[in-house]
Design a protein around this ligand. Structure first.
Ligand code: MLT
Length: 200
């Protein structure tokens, strides 16, 4: 997968894996990574799917309606990429924090739905329920921060609460942050995520 890797200055910190929103790329969330965890190594990933020229992490049939078969395929593909990147760059695959926004939060969510130990923590910004009718792995060791919007037109609050419940049902420790900036990423939620991450 197209990506950028930046070696951090503090090996005690987790490596952040960045997943952009629709139309973004591997560089988009680098400034957010600097804010969330200064000194961390960072792996910015670009989604392999193109929708009208816009990179995404998996196909969708329409707004909010995912191509489940493609989502599952891309989830496994991304997991394999992470393993390869860990070997190539020498970061600890057991000390990863996912940071995803919108479509990127949805692929990160799908990775959590498939693998118990892919991420130690995840910062999911404006996520949806990636897949339904699934048995999740045990997520007892995983902490998740969800940044949501009470007025997010793409991720309705009921959907966000459903995701919170599914993750909690699998044992994850979930922290919610509700803003009112629609689907936008706000500085307030980024700072709340930073404070949350610094307590991990
Ligand atoms: C998705 O397709 O993953 C969600 O609708 C969010 C987005 O617009 O990318």
């Amino acid at each position: 997968m197209n990506h950028v890797f930046r070696k951090g200055t503090d090996d005690s910190k987790p490596t952040l894996v960045l997943f952009h929103g629709t139309g973004g790329n591997e560089n988009d969330l680098l400034p957010l990574a600097d804010l969330l965890s200064p000194g961390s190594s960072v792996l910015g990933v670009r989604g392999n799917v193109l929708e009208n020229g816009m990179p995404r992490f998996f196909r969708r049939l329409s707004e909010g309606v995912f191509d489940e078969a493609d989502l599952i395929f891309r989830t496994h593909e991304t997991k394999q990429f992470l393993e390869k990147a860990a070997a190539q760059y020498g970061f600890d695959a057991n000390h990863l924090v996912a940071v995803g926004y919108s479509n990127g939060a949805n692929i990160a969510g799908s990775l959590l739905f498939h693998y118990k130990d892919v991420f130690q923590s995840a910062v999911l910004l404006h996520p949806m329920v990636p897949l339904r009718r699934r048995t999740l792995p045990s997520l007892d060791e995983v902490s998740v921060f969800i940044g949501a919007g009470t007025n997010d037109p793409i991720c309705p609050p009921a959907d966000t609460r459903e995701l919170e419940g599914l993750l909690q049902g699998a044992g994850a420790k979930v922290t919610m942050h509700w803003g009112n900036q629609g689907h936008r990423l706000s500085m307030e939620e980024a700072e709340a995520a930073r404070d949350w991450l610094s307590e991990r």
